[in-house]
Design a protein around this ligand. Structure first.
Ligand code: NDP
Length: 318
C-alpha cells in the first residue's frame, strides 16, 4: 500500500470500539502502550443497539448497552487511550510495522494492531426487504421499535437475539408475530420461556417470510409461507424486524488474515494471535461460538496482554 505521508506512529492501534476493543484499550493503556482506538461507524458497537444487559458481571441491577459502552469508553480514556471516530479503509501487514489507512486519508503505522471489528446483522436477502429498509423494515428492534408503538409488527428469527427483540417489541407494540422457520427455537430455554409468557407475541412455527408487502412507501404487511403445508397467508403489519444472526466484519482483511469459511478471523489456540506477527483479533470478529459481551471483553484483555508481550520481546530483540 502506498502512503503519501507518514502521519503518526503508534505502539498499539485498536480497530473497533465494542467491549473487546475498549477492554483491550484499558489494558493496553494501563501497560503504557498509549493505544489509539478507531471506533468504526458505530462507536460502542453492537451493544449500543441493545437494551438491558443483565448478564455482565458487576451490574446486579443490569445496565443498558449504550450506558455500558459509554462507561467502557470513559474507563479506557481515563488511562490515556485516544479514542477517535474513524473507519479503517485499508491495511498493509506486510512490513515490520503495520500500516493502516483511516477514512481513505489518515495514515497510521503501528507496532501492534488489535482487531475488534465485531459483526453485523444479517438480512434475509429479499428484494422487498431492501426496498422498505428504513420504511418499516429494520434489523434493530431497539433502535426502531419506538416508531411502531401500539402497532402490529413481525420479527424473523428464533435465536436469543430474536427472542430478546420480540419481548422488547411486545412492550411497545400491540402484537408481535414471531416467524420461526423450524418447529423449534434456537434460543436458550430462559429466553423461550420469556417469549411464551408474553401474551401479545404469537409464534408462527415452520414459517418463512416470502415477501414484505408495502404501498410503495411503507410496509403494510408480510406474506408468509408455511414450509410444512406450503400454504401462504398475509399478516398485516407495519413493522418487519430481521433478527437472524450476524456476519463478521472482516472484508478488509480478505486475503491478508486467515479466516474460516464464514469469514471469522482465525486465532491461534488459547491466543488472540492471527497469522501475522503483531496483529491480534478479539471479540465477535473471531468468535462465532460465544459472542457475549463478557467473552468479547475477555479476549480483548488477552489481545492487549499478548500485544504487550509481543512489543516487549521485539524491543529486547528476541
Ligand atoms: P443465532 O445464529 O443464534 O440465531 C439465528 C436465528 O435466525 C436462528 O434461529 C436461525 O434459524 C434464524 N435464521 C437464520 N437465517 C434465517 C433465515 N434466512 N430465515 C429465517 N430464519 C433464519 O443468532 P443470534 O443473533 O440470535 O445470537 C447470536 C449469539 O448471541 C448466540 O450465541 C446467542 O446465544 C447470543 N445472544 C445472547 C443474548 C443473551 O444472552 N442475552 C442475547 C442475544 C444474543 P435456525 O434456528 O433454524 O437455524
Amino acid at each position: 500500500m502506498e502512503f503519501k505521508q507518514e502521519v503518526e506512529h503508534v505502539q498499539c492501534l485498536i480497530i473497533g470500539s465494542g467491549p473487546a476493543g475498549y477492554t483491550a484499550a484499558i489494558y493496553a493503556a494501563r501497560a503504557d502502550m498509549k493505544p489509539v482506538v478507531y471506533t468504526g461507524i458505530v462507536p460502542g458497537g453492537q451493544l449500543t443497539q441493545t437494551t438491558e444487559v443483565d448478564n455482565f458481571p458487576g451490574y446486579p441491577k443490569g445496565i443498558t448497552g449504550p450506558v455500558m459502552m459509554e462507561e467502557l469508553r470513559e474507563q479506557a480514556e481515563r488511562f490515556g487511550t485516544s479514542v477517535r471516530f474513524g473507519y479503517v479503509t485499508k491495511v498493509d501487514f506486510t512490513g515490520d510495522v503495520h500500516r493502516v489507512e483511516i477514512d481513505g486519508t489518515v495514515q497510521v503505522t503501528a507496532d501492534t494492531v488489535i482487531i475488534a471489528t465485531g459483526a453485523t446483522a444479517k438480512w434475509l436477502g429479499l428484494e422487498s426487504e431492501q426496498k422498505y429498509n428504513g420504511f418499516g423494515v429494520s434489523a434493530c428492534a431497539v433502535c426502531d421499535g419506538f416508531f411502531f408503538k401500539n402497532q402490529e409488527v413481525a420479527i424473523v428469527g428464533a435465536g436469543d437475539t430474536a427472542a430478546e427483540e420480540a419481548t422488547y417489541l411486545a412492550k411497545l407494540c400491540s402484537k408481535v408475530h414471531m416467524l420461526v422457520r423450524r418447529d423449534e427455537f434456537r434460543a436458550s430455554k430462559a429466553m423461550v420461556h420469556r417469549v411464551m409468557n408474553t401474551p401479545n407475541i404469537e409464534v408462527h412455527y415452520n414459517t418463512e417470510a416470502k415477501e414484505i408487502l408495502g404501498d410503495g412507501q411503507v410496509v403494510t404487511g408480510v406474506r408468509v409461507l408455511n414450509n410444512k403445508d406450503q400454504s401462504e397467508k398475509d399478516l398485516e403489519v407495519t413493522g418487519f424486524f430481521v433478527a437472524i444472526g450476524h456476519k463478521p466484519n472482516t472484508e478488509l482483511f480478505t486475503g491478508i488474515l486467515d479466516m474460516d469459511e464464514t469469514g471469522y478471523l482465525i486465532t491461534k489456540p488459547d491466543s488472540t494471535a492471527t497469522n501475522i506477527p503483531g496483529v491480534f483479533a478479539c471479540g465477535d470478529v473471531q468468535d462465532n461460538v460465544f459472542r457475549q459481551a463478557i467473552t468479547a471483553a475477555g479476549t480483548g484483555c488477552m489481545a492487549a496482554l499478548e500485544a504487550e508481550r509481543y512489543l516487549a520481546a521485539k524491543e529486547s530483540g528476541e
